[in-house]
Design a protein around this ligand. Structure first.
Ligand code: HDE
Length: 703
């Protein structure tokens, strides 16, 4: 008898078309890994997969070994081309629940019906790096969501930055070639701190707005769960009565918007290149799901394609939230990890042209080019035109598309008349009117002369970057200055640095002067943008503590520590959906019985970047282990909440951390108050009052 296979532990999946339970949770892979015996791809049972067939045990390998050849040939072709951009990504399944509040503007059922739940798959990515690059590099993040609605798939393929580098899709290969590694040496990987990037963006100044967002804290998010998301382009929504509105889509993270410190991002890139994907996967596994509210800014569709002087077809412009508030229309919860990275995260194919009735496109020239690109790219990446049949890409509604044959056709189509009109298949498939769910574009007048040109309203490249910069707090502005100074400091060509300083001079003279000082160059004179109306919503620092679900608190301890105190703190932390990790000099278990504490990290395996707060337990024996000093000092330098109870304070003090610094909490014991203060401090993300002193040493002084 063969050994019994363990029952699959993954979440119960849907039922396959043939009625069987689908083991991986994806529809349609009923034949994968079925049966108990190892077989060839043809189903032949195999007696051995450890030895090739040889002429004698020392002899040459025989060509007739069809198992060896099949195994190696398949292995040789395991990789598919990675995405040209957004190659590095991680994804999760979830549910979108509609609040029903969008009913007045769209007839799309998944948005308009209160309480309707729609399955989704969301993939987050960096843009520049290859598949194996680090998560925490300074870059834009992709935020792509596939909604499997009951009217077909809708894909919102957005980013965590609300504007884009270019106004016209024809420039996309240029910006990507400039930002990718230099073609001669293929360096640097996954970053914009190099000559070709700054060469291009300093010449192509429509990139200025996107670049300043990249140089801000938005370029180094703390985690996927703390990122905002944006559809960027203006979409046209259509309601039941056929009335249209122009909208911009927003994702608002319930965990708040938080970013890394630049030094943290750099450390994480080496210490834990999987920092973001690990946070998402571990969080989901621990029940700390990722959550966003979905919102729309609604602008009248009055034929001008503009609003309050802002050209809504220009993807380098935002509509400030103070002018058009974000109205919340639903909630996204990511609550299930993929079962197989390749089958789901790698093979998912997003397409901006995957639309449903009630959601239409506009004439934004960037959006128009995307409508071509996403279908086209899958032909190479997924090896032919049948990628919509892959389980992760299949809509959850019946498909009857008259598309036939092609590479990797997996459907066994019936009927003889995949054409319309026909009589041989009884005239089927039928076409649907709008009332029957057919996607009927709202008629819109199109006229004009064929020209290669932008409207003049696209010409202002500096007002909104100035609005962005001046709406940030001083601390956030300091980060922007530091980022430009770092990136341009990594360039070799003097002319490129000087030209970019001229761009900065047109945004804001203070910004330009500080970066110039850091580079040791004279600040050019230019006419910067004059007074602008600020948009406070652009700053991500808040003085109201947010939820801490999914965050991590590290507690330094050893066998002599107050283990009962640790347990009390753990109980309080778990109640908020956060995690407590014990850090000790060596691994194993501290204490015994009810008070025992398992060591989660040793001083060798712990690094400050993993923790949102670091606390020293009372009773811990002082040590002069340099790794502990580095851990505490880094957490302090990165303005994280810190604390100690009892004589644990002496260990903090030995690392130069005393209670007079903001955000350092000391208590006699772990009483309720200590835990509550600690969690409120984590909810603020950082001890912001401590940050200026730390920044002062990192940023060139204002001139
Ligand atoms: Fe993309 N983009 N893009 N892009 N994009 C791709 O599609 C492209 C643009 C975005 O997780 C590719 O399947 C062109 C804007 C995300 O799988 C490719 C233009 C925005 C993802 C492509 C743009 C995005 C992609 C690469 C200019 C934000 C990852 C592989 C007209 C609103 C989706 C693929 C995922 C992926 C082309 C502009 C976001 C080559 C030509 C603007 C999040 O088709």
């Amino acid at each position: 008898m063969p050994p019994r296979r363990k029952k699959d532990q993954s979440a119960p999946g849907p039922t396959s078309p043939t009625g069987g339970e689908v083991r991986s949770g994806l529809a349609g892979d009923v034949h994968a890994q079925a049966g108990d015996y190892l077989t060839t791809a043809q189903g032949l049972r195999l007696p051995d997969t450890d030895h090739a067939l040889k002429a004698g045990d020392r002899g040459p390998t025989l060509l007739e070994d069809f198992h060896l050849r099949e195994k190696i040939t398949h292995f040789d072709h395991e990789r598919i081309p990675e995405r040209v951009v957004h190659a590095r990504g991680a994804a999760a399944h979830g549910i979108f629940e509609s609040y029903g509040t969008a009913k007045s503007v769209t007839k799309a059922g998944f948005l308009s019906e209160k309480g309707r739940r729609t399955p989704v798959f969301a993939r987050f990515s960096t843009v520049l790096g290859s598949r194996g690059s680090a998560d925490t590099v300074r870059d834009t993040r992709g935020f792509a969501v596939k909604f499997y609605t009951d009217e077909g798939n809708f894909d919102l393929v957005g980013n965590n930055i609300p504007v884009f580098f270019i106004q016209d899709g024809i420039k996309f290969p240029d910006i990507v070639h400039a930002a990718k590694p230099r073609p001669d040496r293929e360096i640097p990987q996954a970053q914009s701190a190099h000559d070709t990037f700054w060469d291009f963006v300093s010449l192509h100044t429509e990139a200025t707005h996107h670049v300043i967002w990249n140089m801000s804290d938005r370029g180094i998010p703390r985690s996927f769960r703390t990122m905002e998301g944006f559809g960027i382009h203006t979409f046209r929504l259509v309601n039941d009565a056929g009335a249209t509105s122009l909208v911009k889509f927003h994702w608002k993270p319930l965990a708040g918007i938080h970013s890394l410190e630049w030094e943290e991002a750099q450390i994480a890139a080496g210490v834990d290149p999987d920092f973001h994907r690990r946070d998402m996967a571990d969080g989901i596994e621990a029940g700390a799901f990722l959550e966003w509210e979905f919102g729309i800014q609604v602008m009248p569709d009055d034929g001008t394609d503009s609003f309050e002087g802002i050209d809504l077809l220009d993807p380098t412009k935002i509509v400030p939230e103070e002018l058009a508030p974000v109205q919340l229309i639903g909630k996204l919860t990511l609550d299930r990890n993929p079962t197989n990275y390749f089958a789901e995260t790698e093979q998912v194919a997003f397409h901006t042209g995957n639309l449903v009735p009630g959601i239409e496109v506009t004439n934004d020239p960037l959006m128009q080019a995307r409508l071509f690109s996403y279908l086209d790219t899958q032909l190479t990446r997924l090896g032919g035109p049948n990628f919509a049949q892959l389980p992760i890409n299949r809509p959850h509604v019946p498909v009857n598309d008259m598309l036939r044959d092609g590479m990797h056709q997996t459907a066994v189509h019936t009927g003889v008349a995949p054409y319309r009109p026909n009589s041989l298949d009884d005239g089927r498939p039928l076409v649907a009117t709008a009332d029957e769910g057919g996607y009927v574009q709202t008629p819109r007048p199109i006229e004009g002369t064929a020209v290669r040109a932008n409207p003049t309203s696209f010409e202002d490249h500096f007002t909104q970057p100035a609005m962005f910069y001046r709406s940030l707090t001083e601390l956030e502005q300091g980060h922007v200055v530091a980022a430009y100074t770092f990136e341009l400091g990594k360039c070799f060509e003097q002319a490129i640095k000087e030209r970019q300083l001229e761009v900065l001079a047109r945004i804001d003279s203070g910004l330009c002067e500080q970066v110039a000082t850091g580079l040791g160059l004279p600040a050019p004179k230019a006419d910067p943008v004059g007074d602008v109306t600020l948009s406070p919503a652009l700053s991500q620092i808040s003085d109201v503590p947010g939820p801490i679900a999914g965050r991590k608190i590290g507690v330094v301890a050893d066998a002599g520590s107050d283990l009962a105190g640790i347990e009390k703190l753990r109980t309080a932390v778990l109640k908020e959906g956060a995690t407590l990790l014990v850090i000790a000099p060596v691994g194993g278990v501290l204490g015994r019985g009810a008070r025992k504490q398992v060591v989660d990290r040793t001083l060798l395996t712990a690094r400050s970047i993993e923790f949102d707060a670091v606390v020293v337990a009372g009773g811990t024996t002082p040590t002069n282990d340099i790794k502990l000093v580095i851990l505490l000092q880094e957490a302090f330098r990165h303005s994280k909440a810190m604390g100690a109870w009892g004589d644990g304070a002496a260990i903090l003090a030995a690392a130069g951390i005393t209670s007079d610094a903001p955000g350092v909490l000391l208590g006699d014991t772990v009483v309720k108050r200590f835990s509550a203060d600690l969690m409120a401090a984590v909810g603020l993300h950082r001890a912001w009052d401590r940050a200026p002193a730390v920044m002062a040493s990192a940023v060139p002084p204002a001139v």
